[in-house]
Design a protein around this ligand. Structure first.
Ligand code: TXA
Ligand code: MG
Length: 316
């Protein structure tokens, strides 16, 4: 079947509690009505995701977010500065919230964001309800940054709103504001410096085994081939992920995240390159060192997860 749908069809399917793949500026999401348990359960089933993993809730405006979570001063400042945009805020759930408890995975907090994608915002405004949407990949897979990735991952069984390639290409930055100390749970396109410029010092959390960001288990975003980091040389049976003009020679196939060494371009290309390399007859993927500055922090975070051995995965 042709999985591609229009924004109006996406809204109609959401109204019927169906699951649809939706574009955002970060990665494609697998969306459904966040207020209906059956719709949320269908997301978990489609993804084969364990039910204890809470989902990010997408809304059209800050005012709509305030219907479900307690927006303190810090949250309002950050939302004003960065929404719509790649920032998920974890905030205390309001007692009168109508979000499905399944979407929250039993937590008293909710991760919420306003995505910066015109067609996604069009759908959210027309639907006029919150949409729960994890990244649109089967559990443990690489996040999709094109509609074709989604079509391939679910063999055409999930309806897809094609909004073009994702401009950011990395999942949103997650900041926990549910406690006294703001804590970074997942590095992403919005950097720590940008957040600290608005609200001051932020702690860095979300380490392994820390269930505050249950989706942050070490092996995540993983291609099917083993990944080797900080490679300075490569073998003829490996695929190489390069960055910048200095490219080790001799790989079976080489893909450069950015010839110019531009971290923004590298972030946008990362998941696409991981998807593409998975289709080559190679024994593994070697990755040159990526600088740990700006967006490089989030890129290295995703690469480290992709490189973690499968045995270390206890969840998702
Ligand atoms: O960019 C994104 O955030 C994409 C697009 C589709 O919006 N979504 C995404 O969702 O990456 P997902 O489900 O793949 O990752 C959500 C992460 C998980 O690690 C989950 O544990 C964490 O957010 N999360 C969600 N709600 C949370 C909460 N209340 N407390 C702590 N972590 C939460
Ligand atoms: Mg994900």
């Amino acid at each position: 079947m042709n999985p591609y749908i229009t924004p109006a069809q996406a809204v109609a399917l959401l109204q019927q509690s169906k699951v649809v793949a939706l574009p955002t500026e970060t990665v494609y999401g697998l969306g459904a009505d966040a207020t209906r348990d059956a719709a949320v359960a269908a997301i978990y089933a489609t993804k084969s995701r364990p039910a204890f993993n809470p989902l990010i809730i997408h809304v059209a405006t800050m005012a709509q977010a305030a219907l479900y979570v307690q927006m303190d001063r810090r949250a309002q400042q950050l939302a004003t500065a960065f929404w719509p945009g790649p920032l998920t805020l974890v905030l205390p759930l309001l007692p009168q919230s109508t979000i499905s408890l399944l979407a929250c995975a039993g937590l008293r907090t909710l991760g919420v964001r306003v995505p910066a994608h015109p067609q996604m915002l069009e759908v959210l405004r027309a639907f006029d309800k919150p949409v729960a949407a994890p990244s649109a990949n089967p559990s443990l897979g690489v996040s999709p940054t094109t509609a074709a990735h989604v079509a391939h991952a679910f063999a055409g069984t999930v309806p897809i709103l094609d909004g073009g390639p994702c401009l950011q290409g990395l999942e949103s930055t997650i900041l926990d504001l549910s406690g006294e100390t703001p804590t970074l749970l997942r590095p992403g396109p919005l950097t720590l410096d940008q957040i600290q410029a608005v609200i001051g010092p932020v702690a860095v959390g979300g380490s392994d085994g820390d269930m505050k960001a249950p989706g942050q288990m070490r092996r995540h975003y993983a291609p099917t081939k083993p990944v080797r980091l900080n490679a300075h040389a490569v073998t003829p049976r490996e695929g190489l992920i390069a960055f910048g003009p200095d490219v080790p020679q001799g790989a079976h196939v080489t893909m450069n995240l950015s010839d110019q060494g531009d971290l923004q371009e590298a972030a946008a290309r990362l998941f696409g390159v991981l998807h593409d390399l998975d289709t080559y007859p190679i024994t593994g993927i070697a990755v040159v060192p990526i600088p740990m500055q700006g967006l490089g922090v989030a890129i290295n975070d995703r690469l480290t997860r992709a490189a973690a051995p499968l045995e270390s995965s206890t969840e998702e």
